[in-house]
Each structure stands twice: as C-alpha cells, then as structure tokens.
Design a protein around this ligand. Structure first.
Ligand code: IPM
Ligand code: MG
Length: 368
C-alpha cells in the first residue's frame, strides 16, 4: 500500500519521539512491502518561531492531502506569556478543528510488567482495559465568546454544544462499544449543566438504536473517583471535551506513566491524527531520555485505524509488549529490577523485537 503521512513533530521531546516512530514505521514498511512517504511540517512553538503562526497554512494544506497525520507534542515555557490565540496549543486545537477530527480515542490498558509502576495497588488495576472517547472539536475549548470582559477584570469561556455534535460522538461511542465488551459509560455533569442534560437525553435516545450495548450515566466527579478506585468496572467511556481531557490524564496513572498512552483523533471517513497523550516535556527535551512508546503506539493506531493494517499494528504492539517484558524501560517509569534505557535504545529494542529482526539481530544484551 502507498500512504502519505504528514509529520508534525512540534516542540520539546516531539522531535525525538517522532524519529522513533518513523524508524518503527519504516521497518514495518520494509517488512510488509508498503510505501510510506513522510512530509514534515511545522506546528506549535516551532511554527511560531519560524513563521510567527502556530498553524501555518502550508501545514494545514499538507495535512488535508495526507492519508494520516502524526503529531509529537506542542507547547513550552518559552511561549507561555503569549496571548491565547498566539500560543502553540492554538496550533493543535486549530488542526483538530480544521480537519474536523471530532472523536478522540484514548485507550488505557496496563502492560503487566508496568503494573507495579503505578502508585495504585496492582490488584486494583490488573486487567483494566478502558477506552476513553473524548469529543474533540466542541465545548469550552471552542465556544464563543471566549474573552476578557469588564475592562479585563472578568473572563468568559462558553460551553456550547449542538445536538449534531453530541449525536456523532455518541454514535461513535456506541459503535465502538459494540466491538468491545458492549458497556458504555457516559460521563456528564447533568445535575448542574444544561449542556450535560441535553447530552444525557441524546445518549438515552441513541441507546434505543444499540439495544445490545449496556449504558450507564455517571457524573464527572463520581467518574473521577471511580476511575482510580475501581477501574476494572469500565469498558468504553464517552464524554465531552474538557471532561475527557482531565479524565484521560487521570486514567494514565493506571498504566504507570503518561508516556505510555497513545491517542487517535478521527472523523467519520477514517482520516486521522495520531499523537501521544503526553505533552512536550521541555524539561527533558534533548536529553535522549523521553519515553517513545506513547508515540510508537500512536503510530500503531494510525496503521490500524486509518490504513486498516491490523497485522502491522498488532506487530508493533507485540514488540512494545516484548521489550517491556524483557525488563527495559525509560526513566519515567518506576519499575523494580528493570533496566533503564534512553529514547534511542528503547526504540532499537522495539525494532529488534519486530518479528523480522527478532532472530537475526538482537542487541538486547548490550543494555544489561
Ligand atoms: C491533550 C492536551 C491538549 C488538550 C492541550 C495541549 C491543548 O492536554 O491533548 O490532552 O487540552 O486537548
Ligand atoms: Mg490533556
């Protein structure tokens, strides 16, 4: 298969982890006879420095014609004092919105060797396998007005959702739940927010079309508590933009490190942008110690979701699992008796654990 991938490394550790993902994808391309073309473009702080714009037009155009987009991370202290619409994050929000990527899929599944790296008890998290589906192009992130008022002494953000925006994300959630354990938890704040009351109505209406899926509603505060008190009870969670942002960082605690989590932002035709859930971690940028696994697993999601390359995606996930089983990890993970390696070494391990390289070329011993 021939595929064109837009590459947006962004800021901080973005560049390092993107190099890792590209090396892994190139190995997969060679093994499975695919042709991938990579085209790199600027976004976020890097784009502000080069073009005075967090989302240059050339980047948007390249993403629009690509088969999928891979993104590293954006942001950093250097740009923190810029006004809201000039910040690096504006580039990320802009590309999500422009491409219409309304569904953000964040799978949270623990890897066994990392269970004890979580501050939560092993028996609480073992076996948990959650998919958070976050609405990504509406709500407080985008509602207007969004500005300072009263001579700058007050500020307003707007929580606005249309029924259509709710219906499409809720449909995605029901359809996805059907491919898993058929349990959907809808998270809202219907005891306080009008938008949540409409959301709940839409979930109830839609549930009639999916009688095989069991639905329950949780208020976001209770969901935050249950997510770490008894994560095994969840299968698919669907929620609006801001709640999804917060709950997915919270849920990362189950996996031992935010550095492990991939995400897919997609729309109905399968076009997607794939990025790790973590940020740009400027404090460790350039040190060669960033965890590349969230980015590598995002590349695997891209192969599966956007290109239908199920076997290839499984192969990457298996190689990541094997590298962790062998006891290797980057310093963000607090693993007993493991061997700490850097970004490049962790990537070498994953590549060596892809089946084509497994027998011939194991460099694993050089790290012990
Ligand atoms: C995320 C991030 C972004 C968000 C930031 C960087 C704008 O936290 O993808 O979860 O809030 O959506
Ligand atoms: Mg976030």
């Amino acid at each position: 298969m021939d595929k064109k991938i837009a590459i947006l490394p962004g800021d901080g550790i973005g560049k390092e982890i993107m190099e890792s993902a590209i090396r892994v994808i190139e190995t997969i391309a060679a093994d499975f006879n695919h042709q991938f073309t990579f085209e790199e473009h600027a976004i976020g702080g890097q784009a502000i420095d080069q073009y005075n714009d967090p989302l240059p037009e050339a980047t948007v155009q390249a993403c629009e014609v690509a088969d999928a987009v891979l993104l590293g991370a954006v942001g950093g202290e250097k740009w923190d004092s810029l006004p809201g619409d000039k910040r690096p994050e504006k580039g990320l929000l802009g590309i999500r919105k422009t491409l219409g990527l309304f569904a953000n899929l964040r799978p949270i599944k623990g890897f066994d060797p990392l269970l004890h790296a979580s501050p939560l008890k092993e028996e609480v998290i073992k076996g948990s396998d959650i998919l958070i589906i976050r609405e990504l192009t509406g709500g407080l992130y985008f509602g207007e007005p969004k500005k300072r008022v009263d001579d700058g002494n007050a500020a307003v953000d707007t929580l606005y959702y249309t029924r259509m925006e709710m219906e499409r994300i809720i449909d995605t959630a029901f359809q996805t739940a059907r491919t898993r354990k058929k349990q959907l938890t809808s998270v809202d704040k219907a005891n306080v927010l009008e938008s949540s009351r409409l959301w709940r109505e839409v979930v109830e209406e839609k549930s009639k079309q999916y009688p095989d899926v069991t639905v329950n509603h949780l208020l976001v505060d209770a969901a935050a508590m249950k997510l770490i008190a008894s994560p095994q009870q969840f299968d698919v969670i669907v929620t609006e933009n801001l709640f999804g942002d917060i709950l997915s960082d919270e849920a990362s605690v189950l996996t031992g490190s935010l550095g492990m989590l991939p995400s897919a932002s997609i729309r109905s035709d399968g076009v997607g942008l794939y990025e790790p859930v973590h940020g740009s971690a400027p404090d460790i940028a350039g040190k060669g110690i960033a965890n590349p696994l969230g980015m590598i697993l995002s590349a695997a999601l891209m192969l599966r979701q956007s290109f239908g390359m199920e076997k290839e995606a499984d192969e990457i996930e298996r190689a990541v699992q094997k590298s962790l089983d062998q006891g290797y990890h980057t310093p963000d993970l607090n693993i007993k008796n493991g061997t700490i390696v850097g970004t490049k070494e962790m990537t070498d391990l994953v590549i060596n654990n892809l089946s084509s390289n497994e027998a011939s070329n194991c460099i694993c011993n050089s790290y012990v």
